[in-house]
Design a protein around this ligand. Sequence first.
Ligand code: PLP
Length: 424
Amino acid sequence: MSHLFYQGRGRKPVLDQARGVYMWDTDGRRYLDGSSGAMVCNIGHSNPAVLAAMREQMERATFGYRLHFETEASERLAAKTVAKMPEGLNRVFFVSGGSEAIESAMKLARQHAVATGRAGRWKVISRSPSYHGCTLGALAVTGFRSLTEPFAPMMREMPKVPAPRAYLDGLDPEDPATGRHYADMLEAQILREGPESVLAFVLEPVGGASTGALVPPEGYMARVREICDRHGVLLIMDEVMTGAGRTGAFLGCEHWDTQPDIVVMSKGFAAGYAPLGGIVAPDWLVEPVLDQGGFAHGFTYAGNPLACAAGAAVLDQIEQQGMVANAARMGELLLARLRELAARYEIIGDVRGKGLLTAFEFMSDPVKKTPLPREFRAFERFVQIAYDNGLIVYSRRTRDGVEGDHILVCPPLIATEAHLDEIT
Ligand code: PLP
């Protein structure tokens, strides 16, 4: 028996090696990493340049506490990160993962409100379904009942608005009226809450595991920005899954030219080479907080030099190998192939995505959009068959079908057409 426990009892194969888009277990079986782990290993496994940069940093120093030392690695990564951000986002705060980064973004927003005489603002509106992390603060803005319910008494749950799942509501995602329809629900919620109590709105520009690569309808993002501005609400862009090129742009929000107030990064940021996350914010958000004595927040491992050296080398690799453009190109091919599959198998009710963040959703009736009955095990069998044939996909089956049953297909951004052939 293993001493480890994670989500369930099932035993997994033991990982031995990983190179590029492939992984091998200790029995010598090969797997194509069709989900980049959990949409993490964007640049592929065992990239020699990243390993060399990490080795070099390890031989210099593996830890320096952030209140005692700056490190060249963290300064280098901060500069490279800022260079990739929309205009004005030039201040970086590092952490070790996505949940920590979401907590940090919400606390920075809150401290800014307190520092600027708007202490009545504390509510962070988010969407349902959504996923923003598993710590209690991040969970409070997560719209996914089976994950949040057991912990409800331990946290102050935040207001939710529906995610724009036009395909379920029978609306045309290409029609700007659809985007307005969903964005206006945010405005209605802000007015219900009282705008003077609302601090921020947090969203994934392209939905991740919770909504299975949900792409916002036409006009949605611009309208959301307009509504946030109108009511003095900060717009926090959760780019944990979409950032670092996954959707075919460095940030997901670039597809809609939407200016965020805070960008939240993790996953592809260090691409699985080290635990890393971060938030990026403009001076006008950070300076008032520093003027009031500093950001009352920080994790022991924040700015870890090894993680930062990995992150800086990962960003270099993304750039040098043109991975963002490759994600855009391969993403279109992959979507087309998944659509061909959907045409052959009635159980696939919807196919969607942007870049190499793609997903399909299983439904028992794709016309009426009814979820699979819970006792129907085709979903689990599909995932098992993929696994048995050496393909890893990311699956999310929900307790009662409310959030949808998705398979995410998100290979590393170095995937070639041959890899897509193998996957489909
Ligand atoms: N935000 C989004 C959009 C995510 O997909 C995730 C993780 O899947 C998180 C936040 C939380 O990140 P972590 O699991 O690194 O804490």
